[in-house]
Design a protein around this ligand. Structure first.
Ligand code: EPZ
Length: 423
């Protein structure tokens, strides 16, 4: 398995291009199942999760062609011959569940493997199923699969009241509702930019949607959707991740394509920690105000709150802050696996349930560490950028799921980092 070797190398200078959002692309791709006309995505990120979604759609009979070195994904679902999403693909990536709503809405049937849990939590899909049942679907769970069936006349518009915010369940419900007969109202809907991006794409395909980005989304079902071409929105999690590089190392980095509205709550915490963020024409320019990072408290929440997907990376910054920071992880039940690895580098972190207390130390020391999940892996790299000596991060396949060309992007601003091919 490959490893990444990072050596603390002082302040960073330059620009980092930010790619299209993994979590937008993973819901935009299944939208092809809603129409028999081509859907083309531009500004797509080059990631292993996108390749997995491509395999899944192809296994259903979709034509998926990757163009321009993966930045353009041309899809057509004219001849879907198979309505079963098999476990061997679904188990590799939970977002596979997002083919359920579109298949049910257009074909009236779908058999999708339950995704199973993952390192950061059990991550059930009960809200996805309840939302589709509110549109008249029948769900039969057996042999580890969801056997879903729409009523004879197709899905009906329904009232969906989510007990708590779920990004994926909102996406499944939104896609299914575009072809349901009548009006669907989704309450306590997720407000993430990826939901807004999906709604914009669906509207280009002919869907009738109002309220995306708020807690209540209303959809008037239509008979069919046509093809479209849509640019994937900038990845706010990759953006926030790279904004932390100059915050941790010093210097000044401009993240190209970055927009403040994608990372509002995150920027508020950076400001409190002593980090300056400026919107330029090309993106977000980030630098440290002084030599010291100030401790801040963080609680993860659904958008527009502080994103859970930036919690691990923020912890890496706070390890060398002046004072004690308290991080509360409210979205997932097991998302502090980066803490023991950061402690190997000299960090002082106490984890109790969903709360991590970080007591700042003067500096971290490089050490061999292990990536455990996608965002934890990049937090270890960020910590290694400013640590004294060499940090070797193993199991970097986690990283490839969500970050393209990490070594190239960080080398581009002066980091001392290389990838060692594994045996
Ligand atoms: C999406 O996951 C993202 N993944 C996650 O990013 C992100 O952390 C998460 O939203 C929260 O923002 C993609 O978009 C592909 P949820 P999702 O449904 O949709 C519970 C990354 O690093 N829940 O909003 O699966 C669930 O267990 C990944 O890029 C149920 O109980 O998240 C969690 O505790 C990690 N039942 C909470 O809700 C359900 O039916 C929020 O999950 C659905 C969710």
């Amino acid at each position: 398995m490959d490893r990444i070797v990072v050596t603390g190398n002082g302040p960073l200078q330059g620009t980092i291009p930010i790619a299209g959002a993994k979590n937008a692309c993973l819901t935009l791709m299944p939208a092809t199942l809603l129409s028999d006309e081509p859907l083309t995505l531009t500004n797509a990120p080059r990631l292993s999760d996108i390749r997995t979604m491509t395999q899944l759609l192809q296994s259903l009979g979709c034509e998926v062609t990757s163009l321009q070195d993966g930045q353009v994904i041309a899809m057509s679902s004219h001849d879907i011959g198979n309505l079963t999403a098999h476990y061997d693909i679904v188990r590799k990536m939970r977002a596979s569940i997002l083919v359920l709503g579109p298949m049910l809405a257009r074909h009236g049937r779908a058999v999708v493997s339950l995704p199973g849990g993952c390192a950061i939590g059990a991550r059930p899909v009960d809200l996805h199923l309840k939302a589709l049942e509110a549109m008249g679907a029948e769900m039969d769970l057996r042999d580890g699969y969801v056997h879903a069936k729409a009523p004879a006349g197709g899905l009906r518009g329904g009232e969906i009241d989510f007990p708590f915010v779920s990004v994926g369940a909102t996406e499944n419900a939104l896609m299914a509702a575009t072809l349901a007969r009548g009006t669907t109202v989704i309450r306590n809907a997720a407000r993430e930019p990826e939901i807004v991006d999906l709604a914009i794409c669906l509207r280009k395909m002919g869907a009738r949607i109002e309220g995306e980005g708020t807690s209540t989304i209303t959809v008037e079902g239509v008979d069919r959707l046509h093809g479209a071409t849509h640019p994937v929105v900038t990845d706010r999690i990759e953006l926030g991740t790279y904004m932390l590089a100059p915050a941790i190392c010093g210097g000044e980095v401009e993240c190209l394509g970055g927009r403040i509205e994608l990372v509002g709550a995150f920027c508020e915490k950076l400001d409190a920690a002593g980090i300056d963020v400026t919107q330029t024409e090309k993106g977000l320019k980030v630098s440290r105000r002084g030599d010291l990072i100030r401790a801040v408290n963080v609680t993860t929440e659904p958008f527009p709150g502080f994103p859970t997907d930036l919690q691990a990376q923020m912890m890496a910054l706070l390890c060398t802050a002046q004072g004690t920071s308290v991080l509360e992880e409210k979205i997932f039940e097991n998302r502090f696996m980066h803490a023991p690895e950061l402690m190997r580098m000299g960090a002082r972190i106490d984890v109790h349930g969903g709360t991590a207390t970080v007591t700042g130390v003067k500096t971290l020391r490089g050490a061999p560490v292990m990536a455990t999940d996608l965002r934890a892996s990049v937090s270890l790299i960020l910590a290694g950028l400013a640590a004294e000596g060499e940090t070797v991060v193993s199991r970097v396949y986690h990283l490839d799921r969500g970050y393209e060309h990490v070594v190239r992007k960080l080398r581009g601003v002066g980091a001392k980092i290389e990838r060692i091919k594994g045996e």
